[in-house]
Design a binder for this molecule. Structure first.
Ligand SMILES: [Zn+2]
Length: 415
């Protein structure tokens, strides 16, 4: 290993500094988009970027965004018992009387499950299961929600995969022109609702759609040519926890990888662009707005997107490489060059901001910890347990070193 790389790795692996940023981000709260907590986090990140790079990031507002969660509950009609639930992001609200219908439990909620129960779903409330999100075989919540709408469901419930009283949250994927009320519940609530044979329930959701100031932060460190490497992480999270793994880890790793590589930046061939996107938890809306609104030429100038989302919580890190074989091999080689084993999963996955780059043909990969390890701490993402106690400082430091190495190599590459 050359002396420059060695120095960068030492800097990137500074546990005290990377954990200080992780702590500061988590202190702002769960960072649900449009809340005070997200604003605090965004301002912290903007200030840190300015301190590190001596340059203020550009703020790019995202139009037509804003959704505020109100009260939500479920009532069992047979005995009037009330259960808590968490409305999914951007769920439409119900009328004041709520929706009263039969609860149709279709199990996991695969396409085949929807097929099997097709006749019962229309006009009723369909219930599916949340899944460990970081696995090859996962069927995403938004896909299930979409199938429920296609089948004419009146509402959508998703029960946690974790036993006990852990409610689950996430985005519904609803947009103003297409959506049904949707909520997450714990496994315990699901069991209570499906016990016995009278399964009529009422669901009531309050929510408000109102414009909010929502901004992506973009910082450019130019290189010698006009090509760019985009290093990204999403700012926003959910209100149930500190959103520590998802995505405090990615934010802290980006800041510290930037700090570590910056002394080498004056010899970069390609420029380094930092993208802190928001409303990722709202069906990837922040990065979609950013990439979709670029000119073709600006998009073509981006040669690689490295997207950090939930990069610690387990020692093993995997690159989700979106079908880009060359980028995958290259990333594995770079990791091996610093003695790290990087896993890889090639099929395109729509589970974070890299997707919006990849669907425009830009080589893009997400780094994620705990892939295909359903018993790792990553199982607590989107639940009240996604807090700092799930994160090992050594894992944070290693993920930051890997990021710094990838950025260094990608920005120094001539083609
Ligand atoms: Zn995430």
């Amino acid at each position: 290993m050359d002396i420059v790389t060695q120095r960068v790795l030492e800097d990137a692996g500074d546990v005290t500094r990377v954990m200080a940023d992780l702590n500061a981000v988590c202190e702002t709260g769960g960072r649900f988009a449009g809340t005070e907590s997200e604003v605090l986090a965004r301002e912290y990140l903007a200030k840190r970027l300015e301190d590190i790079a001596e340059l203020a990031p550009e703020r790019i507002p995202i139009e037509d965004m804003g959704w505020t969660r109100g009260e939500a509950f479920i009532e069992r009609i047979s005995d009037g018992k009330v259960f808590p639930c968490v409305s999914l992001v951007r769920s439409p609200e119900t009328s004041e009387d709520g929706i009263v219908a039969d609860l149709i439990d279709i199990g996991r909620g695969t396409e085949a499950d929807f097929e099997t129960h097709a006749d019962a779903i229309s006009g009723n409330l369909v219930m599916v299961r949340h899944e460990y999100m970081f696995a090859a075989e996962t069927t995403h919540r938004r896909q299930k929600y979409d199938w429920a709408i296609d089948r004419g469901a009146a509402g959508f419930l998703i029960a946690s995969h974790l036993p006990g009283d852990f409610p689950v949250t996430g985005s519904s994927g609803a947009i103003p022109t297409r959506g049904i009320p949707a909520a997450g519940i714990s496994a315990k609530t699901a069991a209570s609702l499906t016990a016995g044979d009278k399964k009529q329930i009422k669901i009531r959701i309050e929510a408000k759609s109102e414009p909010r100031r929502i901004e992506n932060l973009i910082l450019d460190i130019p290189g010698r040519n006009d090509e760019w490497v985009v290093l990204s992480a999403h700012i926003d999270g959910h209100h149930l926890s500190e959103s520590a793994m998802d995505n405090g880890t990615g934010l802290a790793a980006v800041l510290n990888a930037l700090r570590a590589v910056l002394p080498c930046a004056d010899t970069f061939e390609r420029g380094l662009r930092i993208g802190f996107f928001t409303v990722e938890e709202w069906a990837l809306a922040g990065s979609a707005a950013y990439v979709d609104n670029m000119s073709d030429a600006a998009r073509e100038s981006i040669k690689l997107n490295i997207n950090l989302d939930s990069v610690a919580g387990d020692p093993e890190v995997t690159a989700l490489t979106s079908g880009f074989e060359k980028a995958e091999t290259w990333m594995i080689d770079q990791a091996a060059g610093i003695g790290q084993k990087l896993g890889a999963h090639r099929p395109l996955m729509r589970n974070s901001d890299h997707y919006n780059f990849a669907r425009h043909g830009i080589p893009a990969a997400r780094l994620v910890a705990g892939f295909d390890k359903p018993n790792s701490n990553l199982q607590y993402v989107l639940t009240p347990a996604d807090n700092r106690d799930k994160i090992d400082a050594a894992d944070m430091a290693r993920a930051t070193q890997l990021t710094a190495k990838l950025v260094l190599a990608a920005c120094n590459a001539k083609t």
